[in-house]
Design a protein around this ligand. Structure first.
Ligand code: ADP
Length: 719
């Protein structure tokens, strides 16, 4: 009897394939193997083994077992669960789970070892080197440093043959966290929250808690304390901290390092492939015990995950919108369930979904209602732009400019928040009225002055700003409409020529190092006015930042999205929450044309509960999340006729089910992207309905033509 291995490949294939196990390979579930697929050899993971004979045709044998870490059972179960949930092929989440395993190995490193030969001239320096070299495998430079001698001494010993260079594979070194270090002295309310978390960890098993604390209340300190407890509980325990932005991972990595005296594993798209591999292997080997990362860190091969922290859990960046579509906050709860770990969701403005779970008692609800120490929440003032408009062609109103002048005078910092990259969101021709749009996408081109280009923020398409209108050929007729961060920066410089002004957006800060540099410069007071998109508006602690000016508070409220109010509230509460986080009182000015809007009123009154109650009522009435569930089907195609025909076919194939309504087809919110038309169905279901199962059935009934791409989005972020 042969053994049959079922192998999942990291590709969009509907299922795992069966292969014969060659004699004596001794495969186990989780092993990485090379298996033939057509003419090619592919890396895959064994997800099942059974005895048996193949069907009619003999099975192809597995080529070989790879000398790579095994994927732990929890990872495999998670990948399969995630695929079922997202109504996608299991190879898609597997590809994310193997991202580190498939990265190139780090280059081998040169280390020095003793050869056994005696030095011709023994000196004190030389004996120090020999002592330090014993069993240490250090590079020549590190050895010299360890022995406290110059590098010439080491080189001399190598030349003499007393030491020899060896090339070895670089193994990731993740030192053990130092758990004897004391954390901050917690306030009573922090300590109470930390105690509950410690109890939960001690009890073991899957549990979820919401750490609901106003900005600056010290949530990070609380979860570091919980992390310490989790790590102390068990010498192999692992902790994962998920954050929505790379800029935020940098700040938290610093705090973890300060708390535990070791660098945590760092995981996000900006980590270089060899470093990614180091972290992946160390996590699989249980050597890396703390990981700080962005959403895909959830797919790392943890072997004993005790605590998952999702910081800023409300943040939309936890939703992965392309490729494999998933909500990392929700999947964190799933992974926690599979691993039997504690999951801690932290936020000052939790999502309505999470608040509902807390209200219903499904999650433990831990509240921190005041800022740490003597820091107070900022005073929030609405600036009615109808009453006090900025000068023509300017964006900062007189009250905000006055507040900035006062802040500068006191030697304090201002954050101007505008969630819009570039110089101007729209360029139009004043001769013919033509709006500059991307050639193949229905979105405006955004003017970027630094690069002198017009850029499509959806697809990345860009072109130099033309001298003549492409439509009517008028010369110098193109005007920039509306503000982006670059334009606000220009205005701030013009108003305060002596102030040090910087911009923080994904155009000026493209990697983790630059983000860290700017955050440090801000923290050290080397910047007076920071103009920032949301990339810098959340999570950070800048002691001298006392004024936050929101340039366009209404920005997120436009458009028909039903989550707009919630999102705007969260974003602005976060942004204004940057002010006055230490001993100096802070204030925030919100420029708005709609001061009477419920979001603005709630922000000014700092009355989150009232806002949440009102918003919950509307959702309840419409049976929308968290009182119902949503999914979207998005189909795109370059041929509108074929796309429409397919959408009609889909509409007919929609299963009838109790408590499910299907709306559409209609144009998707972005109806043309890269030359492809996009159409969408929206599906609403009652809470008890297994929406993934419904979508799976529906999908199985249709077969899109080759020209049509179909994507299913469970719990779409915009609706
Ligand atoms: P949050 O995550 O809730 O926004 P943080 O954990 O960043 O808040 O804390 C806000 C500020 O207060 C930080 O500068 C932090 O170092 C400080 N802080 C919080 N708790 C303590 C504590 N127990 N002792 C000393 N400083 C604290």
């Amino acid at each position: 009897m042969t053994r049959i291995a079922s192998v999942l490949l990291p590709m969009p294939l509907p299922e795992a394939f069966d292969y014969a196990e060659p004699e004596g390979l001794g495969l186990e579930v989780g092993d990485q193997v090379a298996a033939p697929l057509g003419p090619r050899l592919m890396r895959g993971v064994v997800v099942g083994i059974r005895d048996g004979v193949g069907g009619n045709r003999p099975l192809k044998p597995i080529e070989r077992k790879l000398d790579e870490p095994r994927l732990p059972p929890g990872s495999i179960e998670f990948v399969q669960w995630a695929a079922r949930y997202a109504v996608d092929f299991p190879g898609q989440p597997l590809a994310i789970a193997l991202r580190g395993a498939r990265a190139p190995k780090p280059k081998p490193v040169k280390v020095v070892r003793t050869t056994g030969a005696e030095p011709a001239r023994p000196t004190l320096a030389r004996s120090k080197v020999l002592q330090a070299a014993a069993g240490a495998d250090l590079s020549p430079a590190d050895l010299a440093r360890a022995a406290g001698v110059s590098s010439g001494v080491v080189k001399g010993l190598i030349d003499e043959g007393v030491l020899a260079l060896h090339e070895i594979e670089a193994v990731a070194r993740f030192d053990e966290p130092d758990l004897s270090r004391p954390g901050s002295r917690l306030s009573d309310s922090q300590a109470a929250a930390a105690d509950v978390l410690k109890e939960m960890l001690q009890a073991g098993g899957f549990q979820v808690a919401l750490l609901d604390g106003v900005t600056g209340s010290g949530k990070t300190e609380v979860y570091l304390e919980a992390a310490a407890a989790a790590l102390a509980e068990d010498p192999t325990a692992q902790v994962l901290v998920l954050l929505p932005e790379i800029a935020l991972t940098q700040a938290v990595i610093g705090r973890v390092a300060a708390r535990f005296g070791v660098q945590p594993g760092e995981w996000h798209s900006d980590v270089a492939p060899p470093a990614r591999r180091r972290v992946w292997e160390a996590v699989a080997g249980g050597r890396c015990r703390i990981v700080v990362g962005a959403r895909s860190a959830l797919f790392l091969p943890f072997t004993n995950l005790r605590l998952i922290v999702v910081d800023e859990e409300h943040d939309g960046s936890f939703k992965q919108e392309e490729g494999f579509i998933y909500q990392a906050r929700d999947l964190a709860v799933v992974r926690g369930k599979i691993e039997g770990s504690c999951v801690l969701l932290a936020s000052a403005t939790p999502s309505l979904e999470t608040l509902r779970n807390a209200e219903q008692g499904r999650y433990r609800w831990l509240r921190l209602s005041s800022r740490h120490g003597i820091a107070q929440l900022p005073e929030i003032q609405l600036v009615d732009l109808r009453a006090t408009p900025p000068e023509t062609g300017r964006w900062l109103s007189p009250p905000l400019v006055r507040a900035m002048a006062e802040t500068l005078e006191r030697g304090e910092q201002t954050l101007l928040f505008l969630n819009r990259r570039g110089y101007a969101p729209l360029v139009l021709c004043k001769a013919c009225g033509e709006r500059m749009t991307a050639p193949d996408t229905d979105s405006w081109l955004v003017e970027h002055r630094y690069s002198g280009r017009l850029v499509c923020h959806l697809t990345g398409f860009s072109m130099p700003k033309p001298e003549r209108c492409p439509h009517c050929s008028a010369k110098d007729s193109l005007v920039s409409i509306g503000p982006g961060v670059e334009r606000v920066e220009e205005e701030a410089r013009a108003l305060f020529p002596d102030a040090r002004v910087a911009v923080f957006s994904s155009d000026t800060v493209f990697d983790a190092r630059e983000a860290r540099r700017l955050v440090e410069a801000m923290a050290e007071g080397q910047i007076d006015i920071l103009v920032a998109t949301q990339a810098a508006a959340k999570g950070h602690n800048f002691p001298k930042l006392t004024l936050v000016g929101v340039v366009d508070a209404d920005l997120g409220l436009r458009g028909g999205d039903l989550r707009a109010a919630e999102r705007t509230y969260q974003l602005l509460a976060q942004a204004t929450g940057r002010a006055g986080r230490r001993d100096r009182p802070g204030r925030a000015l919100l420029q708005t044309y709609a001061p009477e809007h419920s979001v603005m009123q709630a922000l000014q009154a700092q009355d989150r509960d009232a806002f949440v109650a009102a918003e919950m009522e509307e959702r309840l009435f419409a049976k929308l999340p968290p009182f119902g569930r949503l999914a979207a089907v998005i189909a795109s195609g370059a041929d509108p006729g074929q796309l429409d025909a397919f959408m009609r076919q889909m509409a007919e194939a929609a299963p009838n089910a109790e408590g499910v309504e299907v709306y559409g087809p209609a144009d998707a919110p972005l109806s043309l992207v890269r030359g492809r038309r996009r159409k969408r169905f929206l599906v609403r279901a009652d809470r008890g309905v297994d929406l993934s199962a419904y979508m799976t059935t529906w999908r199985a009934r249709v077969k899109p033509p080759a020209s049509v791409r179909l994507a299913i989005d469970i719990d779409p972020y915009s609706f």
